[in-house]
Design a protein around this ligand. Structure first.
Ligand code: DHB
Length: 367
């Protein structure tokens, strides 16, 4: 096909390094979407160009620049971590290229460029829900423990403000390095403070190490509960965490055990195509991002730029996570947040949803 007969999507992800699971999940989900929906859109052949940024922000930015200038992509997509999305935002703005954020979840990312649309989630959306649940369930005194960067700071702030508003108390706010964290000294601090619970945010993939150290230090035996946003009980690794994860309550927008016909179909197809790998919330952000791109391209008959961006705004659809839409004003995702408890189902650990908050907008945009 001639260049103008192609519709190119530049998918930039961490495919190697500590955040490679995010890249693997999103690439697999994007390929599944294409396998299910075809590789033609508006009479053009869709070309998915996948590049590994190794989770280094300067690399993400350089790859985005190359994709826009050399490949003439219609869309930039992916963005596995907040700093990678922020570094690339000026490229989207300058080149008027829609940039679909499928993973990164710091609230303010969508304000970094008018060309950003988000299909992942925001930490404030998830954090507020568990801060409402906790004090009604015997958890009044909490220590927060978060990765020391954008989403962790959001997770800490929105949890603390809401828990305090609800009459609870945050005894201390601990922040751990984002890369290669040693949780031991922080967990010791938590133990010494004797809270009802520790509330945790770590990025996708890091939860298993935290859980292991939580168990090793006997925190659960000391009566300290663990709560958090669903990043900590990530479906990608949940089943390998063992008994320490059983019973943990979190709030999030996606569980692989979400009970809908569409999700059952999605999970079965994803596992079949990926050697039994369970899709996580990153996969869903990628899958829904492809949906937003395809439908926008149909509307513009394959045209890009501002028209393509406008056609992404306001899309309403059913995701494997449940109903969702792209808020036309903020370009951010609005979806249900579920309270979930880890339980064994047929011998496998799953986040079992037991309460739903409907159509949650990003609290970071409301002020
Ligand atoms: C971000 C990354 C994650 O892996 C996650 O679970 C949430 C947020 C981020 O960098 O924005």
């Amino acid at each position: 096909a001639m260049a103008q007969d192609k519709f190119k999507i530049g998918l930039i992800l961490p495919m190697t390094g500590p955040f490679a699971s995010t890249g693997k999940q999103i690439e697999a989900a994007a390929r599944l979407y294409m396998a299910q929906n075809g590789d033609m859109v508006a009479g053009k052949k869709v070309e998915l160009i996948v590049k590994d940024d190794t989770s280094a922000a300067d690399v993400t930015k350089r790859l985005a620049q190359e994709m826009v200038v050399n490949e003439k992509v219609s869309v930039l997509a992916g963005f596995g971590l907040t700093p990678l999305a922020f570094a690339t935002a000026p490229i989207a703005t300058q080149s008027k290229t829609p940039m679909v954020v499928m993973a990164a979840a710091t609230s303010s990312i969508t304000q970094a460029s008018p060309f950003i649309v988000r299909t992942s989630f925001t930490l404030p959306q998830a954090a507020v829900a568990i801060a409402d649940w906790a004090p009604n369930n015997g958890i009044k005194k909490v220590v927060t423990l978060v990765s020391d960067y954008g989403p962790g700071i959001d997770a800490e702030k929105y949890f603390k403000d809401r828990l305090t508003f609800n009459g609870g108390q945050v005894l201390d706010t601990l922040r751990v390095p984002m890369r290669n964290p040693d949780f031991a000294p922080f967990l010791q601090k938590v133990r010494d403070l004797k809270p009802d619970a520790v509330y945790v945010f770590v990025p996708s993939g890091a939860g298993a190490a935290l859980m292991k150290q939580f168990a090793e230090r006997g925190m659960d035996k000391a009566g300290i509960k663990l709560i958090g946003t669903g990043d900590i009980t990530d479906d990608d690794i949940l089943n390998s965490m063992g008994d320490v994860a059983n019973g943990v309550v979190t709030s999030h927008h996606y569980s692989a055990s979400h009970n809908s016909p569409l999700n059952k179909k999605f999970v079965a197809a994803f596992e079949k195509a990926n050697n039994g790998l369970r899709p996580n919330f990153m996969a869903v952000g990628g899958y829904d991002g492809m949906r937003v791109i395809y439908e926008a391209a149909k509307t513009t008959k394959g045209a890009g730029g501002q028209a393509l961006l406008d056609a992404m705004k306001g899309q309403v659809f059913e995701s494997p996570r449940g109903p969702m839409f792209i808020d036309a004003q903020t370009r951010d995702v609005v979806h249900n947040i579920y309270i979930r408890k880890v339980e064994k189902v047929n011998g496998q650990l799953y986040n079992q949803e037991f309460a739903t908050l409907k159509d949650v907008k990003d609290p970071g945009k409301a002020r």
